[in-house]
Ligand binder design. Structure first.
Ligand SMILES: [Zn+2]
Ligand SMILES: [Zn+2]
Length: 254
């Protein structure tokens, strides 16, 4: 996983993706720009992440490393980030949003829950979960993990990646951004492996991203196709790039 500083640095050099307002994208860039320094004390939020090489992490299907009881939703680093968030977008405080309730709601939420509490909670909790996932990624053995949910936090996949060298499909968690490999011909949401019911849509103007679909559960997954000889893709940006195509597929209802 790239560091938060690398993601923030690369994000601030990107143009607004099609279909995203310049103001909305600027908020997103500024939010991620805060993450590297805000998350320095991430172990105060997730003290359970005291993993080290002496005790290798084994992942068993259905048993992610972190559960809701492992997160200190009232930890000071979250409250500090909340202050910065209110500085970026003042109406948040007026709306009576509670950062502890919001970040807890995010951790307990399902993928793409449109509740404003969940969206704000995601802005608050994401950098701390990201740091935990980054630490776990060098220690965890995911060979026994066959599920479509994240071995670190149990979250659902929000974006995929087809690697240029191995052609493997990698899934990225929508909560902690941990990445794990998953078969290309299988749906991570319902486990359907019937090829007739799986496929993808492409936007000719944005050939780098595609939308994988499953006709069994009607779920969509944006996927970046890594180009030969390019560095690690910026998935958080590609996710926004794919948004336009995803919305048009949803509008068509197919
Ligand atoms: Zn996760
Ligand atoms: Zn499915």
């Amino acid at each position: 996983m790239p560091s938060l500083a690398e993601v923030a640095g690369r994000l601030c050099r990107q143009p607004p993706p099609k279909g995203i307002s310049p103001e909305g994208f600027r908020f997103f860039q500024e939010l991620w720009a805060h993450y590297p320094s805000c998350s320095e004390q991430w172990t105060r939020v997730i003290p359970a992440a005291v993993w080290d090489r002496a005790s290798p992490l084994r992942s068993k299907p259905g048993e992610p490393l972190l559960g809701i009881e492992d997160i200190r939703f009232d930890a000071l680093p979250i409250l500090r980030l909340w202050k910065r968030l209110v500085g970026l977008f003042e109406p948040l405080e007026e709306a009576g949003m509670d950062p502890v309730v919001a970040s807890r709601s995010f951790f307990a939420s399902r993928l793409d829950d449109p509740d404003p509490k969940v969206l704000i909670g995601g802005c608050l909790l994401r950098p701390f979960l990201y740091r935990a996932a980054q630490k776990a990624s060098s220690l965890i053995d995911t060979d026994g993990w066959t599920g479509g949910t994240c071995p670190v936090c149990g979250g659902a996949a929000y974006h995929g990646l087809i690697q240029s060298d191995t052609r493997q499909r990698i899934l990225a968690c929508g909560k902690c951004h941990f990445m794990w490999s998953f078969p290309r011909i299988r749906c991570p949401f319902c486990d359907n492996a019937d090829q007739e019911l799986l496929g993808f849509y492409l936007d000719e103007e944005e050939p780098r991203v595609r939308i994988d679909f499953c006709r069994a559960c009607r779920r969509l997954l944006p996927v970046t196709i890594q180009e030969e000889g390019t560095g690690f893709p910026l998935l958080v940006y590609d996710h926004l790039v794919a948004n336009n195509l995803q919305r048009s597929i949803e509008r068509r209802g197919s």
